[in-house]
Design a protein around this ligand. Structure first.
Ligand code: GLN
Length: 214
C-alpha cells in the first residue's frame, strides 16, 4: 500500500515537499488541524519562519498533538524552521521565546547563517546518501551547535570559521538546516521514506508478536 506522509501546511515551503514526495509515489496530506494527523505514516515540518509557525500551531491546537507524535516515536523530518521546532534547545530566539515541539536532543542557533549570509548554496558531503555531493540551499538558516546523546551527525559545514552540524538523525527524527525540497535531488526524501518504511516493518513485527502471545 502506498505510504501517506503529512506536511505541516501552516506557513512556509510545504508545497515543494509535497511535490517531491509525490514524485516518489507517496500520497501527501496538508496538515492544518490535529485531525489531519490521523492515519499518517510520517510527517514533515517545512522551512519558513519558526516563530510564526509555532504561534500558528499553538493557536490551532497543534503543539500538543505534534509533541505526542514525536514522543510516540513516529517518523518526523524538520527542514530549516522545522528543525528549529524539533530542537530541545534553541538560542537566538525572539524575546519571550517561541513554542518548540522538541524531542531532538540538540541545541540549534536560530539564525546562525542568517546575519552573515541571508541565503547561499553549497555542496555537502553526506556519506549516508552516497558518494555524489548533495546540493544544499540555506535560507536564513539555523545550525546545530551542540549534538546530544543518541544523535547521529549526517552532514557538517564550516560557518563563521567553525564547523557546525547541518543534518542529523535521532531514531525516528530527521533534521536538516537547509531545504532539500528546493533542489531536484530526491535523496533526502528517499531517506525519510526509508525511515517511514522501517518504522512500519517494526510496527508489523510488534503486532505479530503481540498476536502470538495473546
Ligand atoms: N531562521 C528561520 C527561523 O527562525 C528559518 C529559516 C527557514 O526556514 N528558511 O524560522
Amino acid at each position: 500500500m502506498a505510504l501517506t506522509i503529512g506536511v505541516l501546511a501552516l506557513q512556509g515551503a510545504f508545497i515543494e515537499h509535497e511535490t517531491m514526495l509525490q514524485r516518489l509515489g507517496v500520497r501527501t496530506v496538508e496538515v492544518r488541524k490535529p485531525e489531519h494527523l490521523v492515519g499518517l505514516d510520517g510527517l514533515i515540518l517545512p522551512g519558513g519562519e519558526s516563530t510564526t509557525m509555532g504561534l500558528v500551531a499553538e493557536r490551532w491546537g497543534l503543539v500538543a498533538p505534534l509533541k505526542a507524535w514525536v514522543r510516540a516515536g513516529k517518523p518526523i523530518w524538520g527542514t530549516c524552521a522545522g528543525m528549529i521546532l524539533l530542537a530541545e534547545r534553541a538560542i537566538g530566539q525572539k524575546a519571550g521565546g517561541q513554542p518548540l515541539i522538541g524531542g531532538l536532543n540538540v541545541t540549534v542557533s536560530r539564525n546562525y547563517f542568517g546575519r552573515q549570509n541571508e541565503s547561499f548554496e553549497t555542496f555537502l558531503h553526506v556519506p549516508r546518501l552516497g558518494e555524489e555531493p548533495v546540493r544544499a540551499v540555506f535560507i536564513r538558516a539555523p545550525a546545530i551547535v551542540e549534538v546530544g546523546e543518541n544523535v547521529e551527525t549526517l552532514a557538517r559545514l564550516t560557518g563563521r570559521g567553525e564547523e557546525v552540524v547541518v543534518a542529523v538523525q535521532q531514531a525516528n527524527i530527521l533534521a536538516t538546516a537547509f531545504h532539500p525540497e528546493l533542489t531536484q535531488d530526491l535523496r533526502w526524501h528517499q531517506l525519510f521514506i526509508e525511515m517511514v518504511e522501517a518504522e512500519q516493518r517494526q510496527d508489523r513485527l510488534s503486532l505479530e508478536s503481540a498476536e502470538r502471545t495473546s
